[in-house]
Design a protein around this ligand. Structure first.
Ligand code: PLP
Length: 265
């Protein structure tokens, strides 16, 4: 980035739209705004969705996606790109090509695959494209345990296996990996594990009994916003994991299903 450029860094989310306003593009833009960062969006997929599930998915033509991304890079100074629901291998290749063209300073890859409600948000054949094209571009990869299991093709049921998974995911290309521990049973605590350099860092939070919707999107967007503002990867992860714990504790139920986090700062 040019240091004499007076435009404030913007964050770009490339993700799916959630008509229920709890996850996806809507969660990302709310999170960027809560962090005082201008938010841009390129919509990969339209989902008809509420807090209890996804009722339809439409993937617009790839040309439209490419045009959205190019329009954002033509005018704004983009400090970080956050990748969420990418739906198909064709979308992944178009996004990877665009990121190669524009080379943003940071890419936060949230490898969205299956919604908490059970809906598939990435076709299974797209896993290889995600591994081969996007993981090597990622400043940080933010899988939960089921996503890490699918990326690695093996199960993770203990703390030791989680630590091994971090190493394996980094060897597969991502510069840093934040493995979210919410799906692992570690007593009353949730441990999110970061591996960036040779040594790992753990962010430990008390487990809340609420089930949230859109928490993964919000966490990855918080990291992207903090990277935009110049924080290191470690500091961005520490701030974002604390942010999401509080946002979930402050969450509310706008629909009949799980809690939606409250974006605040
Ligand atoms: N819908 C969209 C468009 C998403 O991007 C995501 C998650 O990344 C979800 C739904 C799933 O949200 P959750 O699993 O938190 O309910």
């Amino acid at each position: 980035m040019n240091p004499t450029d007076s435009r404030p860094p913007s964050a770009l989310t490339i993700a799916g739209s959630d008509s229920g306003g709890g996850a996806g593009i809507q969660a990302d833009l709310k999170t960027f705004a809560a962090h005082g960062v201008h938010g841009l969006s390129a919509v990969t997929a339209l989902t008809a969705q509420h807090t209890r599930g996804v009722t339809a998915v439409h993937v617009p033509p790839i040309d439209i996606l490419r045009a959205q991304i190019d329009a954002c890079f033509e005018d704004f100074r983009i400090g970080a790109v956050k990748l969420g629901m990418l739906a198909t291998a064709d979308v992944i290749h178009a996004v990877a090509d665009a990121l190669e063209r524009h080379a943003p300073p940071h890419v936060v890859l949230d490898p969205v695959m299956v919604a908490t409600s059970g809906a598939r948000l990435l076709e299974p054949e797209a896993l290889d494209a995600m591994r081969l094209r996007l993981m090597p571009m990622a400043t940080i990869l933010t899988p939960n345990i089921p996503e890490a299991e699918l990326l690695l093709g093996r199960s993770i049921t203990s703390a030791a296996q989680a630590v091994d998974a971090l190493q394996a995911l980094r060897s597969a290309g991502a510069r840093a990996v934040l493995l979210k521990g919410g799906h692992l049973d570690e007593g009353t605590r949730v441990i999110d594990r970061l591996l960036e350099g040779p040594d790992g860092t753990e962010f430990i939070h008390e487990r809340l009994t609420v089930e949230g919707h859109g928490t993964g999107c919000t966490l990855a967007s918080s990291i992207a916003a903090h990277l935009c503002r110049g924080l290191t990867v470690r500091d961005a992860c520490e701030a974002a994991t604390a942010y999401i714990a509080r946002a979930l504790a402050l969450g509310y139920r706008p629909g009949k299903g799980p809690v939606v986090v409250l974006d605040h700062f």
